[in-house]
Design a protein around this ligand. Structure first.
Ligand code: GLN
Length: 488
């Protein structure tokens, strides 16, 4: 063994555990030591569950000794703080939920635990997953391990930064408009947003219910397949989860790209794309072509509408979902002796929510209000259908689509924080994928001159995660961007 334990991929760690060359306790201790060393600079965690992790590691070692290991037995990981973990704080990065401890596990967490995962803690995020930089966290900003002056992306910024920094071997985040793919791209890791309905949303704190989806952040595509196999599948507790078989994602990895038709989305290479990003993405396309894929230029003509449509639908759903934080049911409750019920609502909500969340609630409430509902929410729903149709037409011609994840590499901390529109534009290449309910993946494809990572986006038809994994894995067989580690 040459590499440090915290540098291993999930599958490498699993092999060493299975061969009993390392114990989960050793591995978990190594990850906790790494976490302690890098956290003061990276700040990826809102809560670290060291004692729990060591207990879980001991239990994993027992299971392994009895030959009863599952697919993730003994593997230390972190979970985005918008996903409920029984007995462990779940704040959604918001002061309004500071100290909130859920009484149950999200279905995906229960599945990870049943598969043997060791929980290291909860990852920082933009408040209620609204943002692209983690600067909207109600607690602190996470730093990009590749360049501490840069944002890690968001909203799953803690998760991406932690996997890149080696303070978790994998993470699970959520993606409503790009929140797994964009931070994965900025931190040089793999991020997979599955098809809407592929992974149960039960126990995910809702942001925009018709868009939210959880998925893995990992170092390799093969690791993502492993995590997805565990968390995917129907859940009777989530009426929008798909009652479909979960295919063998690990087997899909070996399919290769020979004979695949891959669409290059013209609109994703439009103005605003930084030349360094375009060069890295085009070089990745050439690698796939050399491996036998056929590249075909395709157009998604309604792409320009994705941002305005998203910023009606997502805030509308958020304003409704966030109505439950009223000072009565959960978390923060500000009651003054002279105040009445309305004062409690106002004080709790105006002090508990940060400025971006308040902006979204106002936008969403307006879009849903009587007299405006049809003109905004109704119209946005119609355009959403057109966006989805663009994709369905493209998939008549090609097996998957390719493009950048984000128009620029990670920007500097503080650069866009006072300009919401600029911040929203970070997700210009990812939002439409959620509007259409499709699976999308970010795979590291190089570095800008600044040394900051760049991601290739692969988008597939509904429930075609196998194709994304096959394409991404083939690409990683031919390249080594995913083997680079940040100079921390
Ligand atoms: N950045 C987008 C937003 O702020 C997407 C966030 C997400 O995917 N959760 O809404």
């Amino acid at each position: 063994m040459t590499a440090s334990l915290h540098d291993l991929t999930l599958l490498e760690a699993r092999e060493l555990l299975e061969r009993r060359q390392i114990s989960s306790l050793e591995l978990t201790q190594a990850l906790l030591a790494r976490l302690e060393a890098v956290e003061p600079r990276v700040r990826a965690y809102l809560a670290v569950t060291a004692d729990l992790a060591l207990d879980m590691a001991r239990a994993a070692d027992q299971a392994l000794a009895q030959g009863k290991g599952g697919p993730l037995t003994g593997i230390p990981a972190g979970i985005k703080d918008v996903i409920c973990t029984a007995g462990v704080t779940t704040t959604c990065g918001s002061k309004i939920l500071q100290g909130f401890v859920p009484p149950y596990d999200a279905t995906l967490v229960a599945r990870l635990k049943a598969a043997g995962m060791v929980l290291l803690g909860k990852h920082n995020m933009d408040e209620f997953a609204m943002g692209s930089s983690t600067e909207n966290s109600g607690f602190f900003t996470t730093h990009n391990p590749w360049d501490l002056a840069a944002i890690p992306g968001g909203s799953s910024g803690g998760s991406a930064a932690s996997v890149a920094a080696g303070s978790a071997l994998f993470a699970v985040g959520t993606d409503t408009g790009g929140s797994i793919r964009q931070p994965a791209s900025h931190c040089g890791v793999v991020g997979l947003k599955p098809t809407y309905g592929r992974v149960s949303r039960f126990g995910l704190v809702a942001f925009a219910s018709s868009l939210d989806q959880a998925g893995p952040l990992t170092r390799t595509v093969a690791d993502a397949a492993q995590v997805l196999s565990v968390i995917a599948g129907h859940d009777p507790a989530d009426s929008t989860s798909a009652p479909r078989e979960v295919p063998d994602y690990n087997a899909a990895l070996g399919r290769g790209v020979k004979g695949l038709k891959l669409g290059v989305v013209r609109e994703f290479f439009a103005s605003g794309l930084e030349p360094g990003v375009e060069a890295a993405v085009r070089a990745a396309l050439a690698v796939l072509e050399a491996q036998g894929a056929e590249l075909i230029e395709v157009s998604l003509p309604h792409t320009d509408y994705a941002l305005p449509v998203y910023y009606i639908i997502a805030p509308a759903e958020a304003s409704s979902n966030l109505a439950r934080y009223d000072g009565v049911k959960y978390g923060l409750s500000l009651r003054s002796p002279q105040g009445d019920l309305m004062d409690m609502y106002l004080d709790t909500r105006s002090q508990g929510f940060g400025p971006e969340v308040i902006r979204r609630i106002m936008l969403g409430t307006y879009a849903l209000s009587a007299g405006y509902y049809e003109a905004y929410y109704g119209k946005a729903g119609q355009v959403r259908t057109l966006i989805k149709q663009d994709y369905l037409e493209a998939f008549q011609q090609v097996d998957a689509l390719l493009g950048p994840v984000a128009p620029t590499p990670a920007f500097d901390i503080g650069q866009k924080v006072d300009d919401p529109l600029q911040m929203y534009l970070s997700d210009i290449c990812t939002l439409s994928v959620n509007l259409a309910g499709l699976p999308g993946m970010s795979v590291p494809c190089g570095f800008a001159a600044s040394g900051r990572p760049i991601g290739l986006q692969i988008i597939g038809p509904h429930f075609a995660e196998e194709t994304l994994l096959a394409v991404g894995h083939a690409y990683q067989q031919a390249t080594d961007h995913h083997r680079q580690r940040p100079p921390l």
